[in-house]
Design a protein around this ligand. Structure first.
Ligand code: HEM
Length: 432
């Protein structure tokens, strides 16, 4: 068992007290801090679990207990954060962006960016598409896809795992469930990347125009597919969503369906791909843990929880405080913008002893908050868990003696305030 890679390879390891820099000298928008948030997170959890960030005035929430408290109190901490970020249904947008938007459907705040009771209506309709029965039925297809993707590189003894496996696996699964043929997968990925960039809250007006062009293209594409599925339902998630009926709830209209599809596209791709890369890197660098999982594959589900804990692909999420309150002894005025730091909560030593250590046998790994909690708990958690488990099972089985490719640079993490991905994962292994 070894400390997690991130911890050793970076300024992530706890500094001695004389080296300590002032908390105010960290900036959560600094790409270096986003890439390696661990020193900052440790300090926040220990010294200021509710902290008014000096540069931006944002309230950062970091300890496991307080993050959980915020997530479970949607009456005080709202998910209607798109307005604050220049997006969402009622946002004022630059003229050039408005011009592009005219060509498509207006944005609607649905699940992630809505609060109950509206959020509950969307969620209860969409839950039908993600029932345990429906997700379990996908297991054989996910298994077949993992094998097919590995067949593509097993004989070569090397692979860039992100582009050849971690991205196409969840992308193909969700694309098939949304009725997108293989030939259109590239387009699908481009739309997903566009949404991710916009969600990061760091897009310039020019980038927003580009993002909206993609969104309109996406809307036009799915407008047709949605109409088709309404008339000719098939055995996929899309048909279940379009045709979902819940007692007392109005069915979804096209603009609402499009907003939901957009969330599924983003949430289902980038995060799952990142967790597969982070997890494989942890396993490659820890032969002892890898051998344990190969000998006892029944431990893989717990390893998935531990990997989610350490990788936390959704590193942060926004909230807006909608009534004057107090949290962890700190006054929070109505209207405050907040950043909930899942990545800090998942390494809180009060819950996870020796928190930076990778331990697939950790008894309480399942207490990780990588999927959130409360009413916005991840809709795709069961699907993501299944994709990860099948991925690690197949990769450990079929890539003997895996190692980081010789001479490859340290991993890079694209700047994004919410999602912590990994750009590439070049591996070598003994060819089949
Ligand atoms: C490892 C992979 C994943 C991670 C780490 C992850 C993480 C999260 C987190 C932290 C939230 C809560 C956000 C909040 O508190 O406001 C969330 C919500 C959500 N996730 Fe995931 N997710 C993953 C995979 C998926 C997949 C595969 C799908 C669907 C295909 C999905 C769909 C959603 C949706 C629709 C929501 C919003 C739910 C709501 O607001 O009611 N996610 N996810």
């Amino acid at each position: 068992m070894s400390p997690s890679t991130d911890e050793v390879s970076t300024p992530g390891s706890a500094p001695s007290s004389e080296q300590k820099r002032a908390l105010a000298s960290f900036n959560p928008f600094d790409p270096a801090v986003q890439a390696q948030p661990f020193e900052y997170n440790d300090r926040l959890v220990a010294e200021a679990p509710v902290y008014r960030e000096a540069n931006t005035g944002l309230i950062l929430v970091s300890s496991h207990a307080l993050v959980n408290q915020v997530l479970c109190d949607h009456e005080t901490f709202s998910n209607r954060f798109m307005l604050m970020m220049g997006g969402g249904a009622k946002a004022k947008v630059p003229d050039a962006v408005a011009e592009v938007m005219k060509g498509g459907y207006p944005p609607v705040d649905t699940m992630l960016t809505a609060d109950p009771p509206e959020q509950r209506r969307f969620r209860s309709l969409v839950n039908k598409g993600f029932s345990l029965r429906r997700v379990s039925a996908l297991a054989p297809r996910i298994e077949a896809l993992t094998q097919e993707l590995i067949d593509g590189f097993a004989a070569e003894g090397r692979v860039e795992l992100r582009s050849k496996f971690a991205v196409p696996l969840p992308l193909t699964v969700i694309a098939e469930q949304l009725g997108v043929p293989r030939a259109d997968l590239e387009k699908f990925k481009k739309w997903s990347d566009g949404f991710v960039a916009q969600l990061g809250g760091m897009a310039s007006p020019e980038e927003q125009v580009e993002a909206w062009k993609l969104i309109v293209e996406f809307q036009k594409y799915f407008e047709k597919v949605l109409k088709d599925r309404a008339e000719n339902p098939q055995a996929d998630i899309l048909s279940a969503v379009v045709n979902a009926k819940v007692e007392g709830e109005a069915p979804l209209d096209i603009a609402e369906c499009l907003s939901i599809l957009q969330q599924l596209l983003v949430a289902g791709n980038e995060t799952t791909a990142s967790s597969i890369c982070h997890g494989m890197r942890l396993l490659v660098e820890d032969p002892e843990q890898r051998a344990l999982l190969r000998a006892e594959p029944e431990r893989i589900p717990n390893a998935v929880e531990e990997i989610l804990r350490l990788s936390t692909p959704t590193a942060n999420m926004w909230r807006v405080c909608i009534q004057d309150t107090e949290l962890g002894g700190v006054e929070i005025p109505k209207g405050s913008a907040m950043l909930v730091r899942y990545s800090a909560a998942n390494r809180d030593p009060a819950i996870f002893p020796d928190p930076h250590r990778f331990d697939v046998t950790r008894a309480n790994a399942g207490e990780q908050l990588a999927f959130g909690a409360g009413v916005h708990f991840c809709l795709g958690a069961q699907l993501a868990r299944m994709e990860m488990a099948k991925a690690f099972e197949a990769l450990l089985e079929r890539l003997p003696n895996p190692r980081i490719a010789q001479g490859s640079p340290p991993p890079e993490y694209p700047p994004n305030i919410l999602l912590r991905g990994m750009t590439t994962l070049p591996l070598e292994f003994d060819p089949a």
